[in-house]
Design a protein around this ligand. Structure first.
Ligand code: ADE
Length: 224
């Protein structure tokens, strides 16, 4: 897989992808990640990438010309062009799985008040938001989405089972609480059942606790 991130802040996008598992996935050749400074495609003395809103209004908008030039240079017939924006559909694990099958993703990172609509109409295949809040720029969101996709590539996780058993594999249930050693810490004990060796009872306990946690933290997943 290849990921190209088009942004005014390449360092912001790359920093979280340069450590730990993301670094290993790149070193192992599972994914090639590059971040590009949109200013490299801007022309004129000031290499302007933004301008005022037509029709008036607060803030600045990303201009179409550098974005068209950059994407026309970077894309191939197999590329999926994704705009990161709070106006997009909310990114979920199912979408991470779908995107992990792509061979080339180009992330276009929004900034200021967003991008000129002609970019979306002509170049963008999918608009994604990472949640119902507004970040200073889409480069942070591009790193988040890239991480979620790359860890699903075969060979990226040390233990392949962890991708299957974690939260959101069953999209309606969070994971059960988990404990490790020591068995007693500051008088706080690991639940007895987890030390019983009784696998059926442990599974039943985990399911009950997963349901309780979901009810407490994410009642929306249970439909209420
Ligand atoms: N840019 C600013 N906020 C964002 C969000 N929530 N998701 C994706 N891109 C963004």
């Amino acid at each position: 897989m290849r990921v190209d991130i088009l942004t005014l802040f390449p360092e912001i996008a790359l920093a979280p992808l340069s450590e730990s598992m993301m670094k290993r996935a790149q070193n192992a050749g599972l994914v090639e990640v590059a971040a590009h400074d949109l200013r490299d495609w801007a022309t004129g003395k000031h290499r302007k990438t933004d301008d005022y809103l037509c029709g008036g209004g607060q803030g600045m908008l990303m201009k179409p010309e550098p974005i068209f030039a950059a994407i026309e240079e970077l894309r191939t017939p197999d590329s999926r062009v994704i705009l990161l924006t709070p106006q997009g559909q909310v990114f979920k694990q199912a979408m991470a799985r779908e995107l992990s099958n792509e061979s080339h993703i180009i992330f276009l990172c929004g900034h200021y008040e967003g991008v000129d609509q002609r970019v979306i109409d002509e170049l963008v295949d999918l608009e994604l938001s990472i949640g119902d809040y507004v970040l200073t720029n889409g480069a942070i969101a591009a790193a988040v989405v890239t991480d979620a996709i790359v860890r699903l590539l075969p060979g990226a996780l040390g233990d392949a089972r962890s991708a299957v058993e974690e939260s959101f594999s069953d999209p309606n249930l969070l994971e059960a609480p988990a404990y490790t050693k020591p068995i007693e810490f500051r008088g706080l004990k690991v639940p007895e059942i987890l030390l019983s060796g009784h696998h059926a009872k442990i599974e039943k306990w985990r399911k009950e606790r997963a349901i309780k946690r979901t009810r407490d933290n994410r009642p929306d997943l249970l439909g209420g």
